[in-house]
Design a protein around this ligand. Structure first.
Ligand code: NAD
Length: 513
């Protein structure tokens, strides 16, 4: 058997320092003066380092520097800005394994998912490089002779990115790669739970900027907790706030930015469901459901949290899922074969237990998992076995997002009713239907079907590709990031009417003397 990775705090520290050093990041040394932040690891629940955090004054300075860099960066031709992002993507590919190991260390992802997250960064760089030769507007026919009507897209200004712990590197990269080719500098406030990955990303982008002669201040990092995020969000020089996290956070951030007429791009909580029809390929459904429900230990915004199964296949499907859950390898995410790593912190496991207790009070039955799991050498960590819970109906606890691996199962007999229950939650991020009936699939995809931003057929709710626009409706916030035309959020549009005649006809036939 392969050697078990060490969980000794000293070994984890040494390994982290070596990785940070290879990535060119400033290594945390002695306790910094002034505000600081704990860098902990969910592998053991222990603190590894303290790193210097930003003060509100530092946020002010960072935004000022980014605003000054904007004046230069906006006039650099977009394909030249693309060359910087291209270099960044190359550095990410080169350092993929190291960066992924930090994602595992700080967010607790299994190695394959951590590598996947870094791959997503490389992919968005590729997409952004292509965009750098494509962002542009349309030309429309003018109703006036000798006139041209067109739109021009210009860089917007400083983008403030606030990100969540569960995608500590990819979400920032989605925003940054696209913002940079659009001509916008970025000031990043990462999750307070993942400062080391942020330092590493920052170092790699800093290298790409230096090597390609881009202004260093088109990227600034401000580490800290909510107060640092709040200072960034409130700054009137931040033209767009792209914030990823809980719906609670979005409800705080949205009004602050709206009050100063800034723009927001909100990517908030999800409560994602799959509908399973009697014609579904159950082998495929089991695999798709298990990946979405227990991948990243249920800590993805797109994690599957609700399963709506036709009554005719419910017992069989639940039985197969329970068998799969019983075999799930829970443990050190670095160990070969592990599929379920730790929750990010003890409070997540407590929230899971509270949710399970409420579900049982509501008449639910826990058919698999839902227990704490002890991992040798990691007694302070929050490992759990993913829970599968049969519910008599969609009670209040099912309508909430509990950020842990809990899958609530409910049954239906009429597809319209299933869709109604599906949509009867505050969130609207991701959804899927498992069916072999094209009519059922199309109904689910139609205007009368799922009300989510992501609607899939015969795959789970998680694991989106970067080519499509990512985001959701309702309490998920309405923002779209990543592919398709999501770049428009990072630019401003000007409509131009050009008269190349020597007459001055007015629109709508207005006669003005
Ligand atoms: P969180 O809301 O606790 O924190 C997210 C970020 O917001 C952190 O950087 C935090 O410091 C900052 N923040 C919190 N309050 C703030 C305020 N008032 N002003 C400014 N900044 C503030 O979320 P989390 O626990 O890190 O992440 C899990 C949540 O994120 C889940 O709800 C999950 O669904 C959601 N999420 C959504 C998406 C998406 O794309 N829709 C992606 C990943 C995570």
């Amino acid at each position: 058997a392969p050697a078990r990775p060490s969980t000794r705090t000293e070994d984890l520290r040494t390994e982290a320092l070596a990785v940070l050093d290879r990535l060119g990041a400033a290594v945390p040394s002695a306790l910094p003066d002034g505000p600081s932040l704990a860098a902990c690891t969910p592998l053991t629940g222990e603190e590894l380092f303290r790193v210097a955090a930003a003060s509100p004054g530092d946020v002010d300075e960072a935004v000022g520097a980014a605003a000054a860099a904007f004046v230069r960066w906006r006039s650099v031709p977009a394909p030249v800005r693309g060359a910087t992002v291209k270099r960044f993507g190359e550095l990410l590919s080169e350092h993929k394994a190291d960066l992924a190991s930090l994602v595992t260390l700080e967010a607790g992802k299994i190695t394959s998912e951590a590598l996947g997250e870094v791959q997503e960064m490389v992919d968005i760089c590729d997409l952004a490089v292509g965009l750098s030769r494509q962002v542009g507007g349309r030309t429309m026919p003018s109703e006036r002779p000798g006139h041209r009507l067109m739109e021009t897209w210009h860089p917007l200004g400083v983008v403030g990115v606030v990100s969540a712990f569960n995608f500590p590197v990819a979400v920032w990269a989605w925003n940054t790669a696209v913002a940079l080719v659009c001509g916008d500098p970025v000031v990043w406030k990462p999750s307070e739970l993942t400062p080391l990955t942020a330092l590493a990303c920052s170092a790699l982008l800093g290298r790409a900027l230096a090597e390609t002669g881009a202004p260093a201040d088109v990227h600034r990092l401000v580490l800290g907790a909510r107060d640092v995020g709040a200072a960034l969000v409130a700054d009137p020089r931040v033209a767009l706030v792209s914030a990823t996290g809980s719906t609670r956070m979005g409800a705080e951030v949205g009004p602050v930015v709206a009050a100063r007429f800034g723009r927001t791009l909100l990517e908030l909580g999800g409560n994602n469901a799959a509908v399973v029809a009697p014609s579904a390929d159950l082998d495929l459904a089991v695999r798709g459901i298990v990946f979405s429900a227990v991948g990243t230990a249920g800590q993805r915004c797109t994690s599957m949290r609700r399963l709506l199964v036709h009554a005719d296949v419910a017992d069989e499907l639940v039985g197969r899922l329970a068998a799969a859950y019983a075999r799930l390898p829970v443990g050190d995410p670095r160990a070969e074969g592990t599929l379920v790593g730790p929750l990010v912190r003890a409070s997540s496991a407590e929230a899971m237990q509270r949710a399970l207790a409420r579900a049982v009070e509501d008449g639910g039955e826990v058919v698999a998992g839902g227990e704490p799991v002890t991992v040798d050498g990691a007694e302070g960590a929050a490992y759990v076995s993913p829970a599968l819970v049969r519910m008599p109906s969609q009670t209040e606890v099912v309508r909430e997002e509990t950020f842990a691996p809990v899958l609530y199962v409910m049954t239906w007999t009429d597809l319209d009713e299933a869709v109604e229950v599906h949509n009867a939650v505050p969130q609207g991020l991701s959804s899927s239907i498992f069916t072999s009936d094209v009519r059922e699939a199309e109904r689910f995809l139609s205007e009368a079907g799922s009300d989510c931003g992501i609607v899939n057929v015969n795959i789970g709710t998680s694991g989106a590709e970067i080519g499509g626009a990512f985001g959701g409706e309702k309490a998920t916030g309405g923002g779209r990031e990543s592919g398709s035309d999501a770049w428009r959020a990072y630019m401003r549009r000007a409509t131009n009417t050009v008269n190349y005649s020597d007459e001055l006809p007015l629109a709508q036939g207005v006669d003005f003397g």
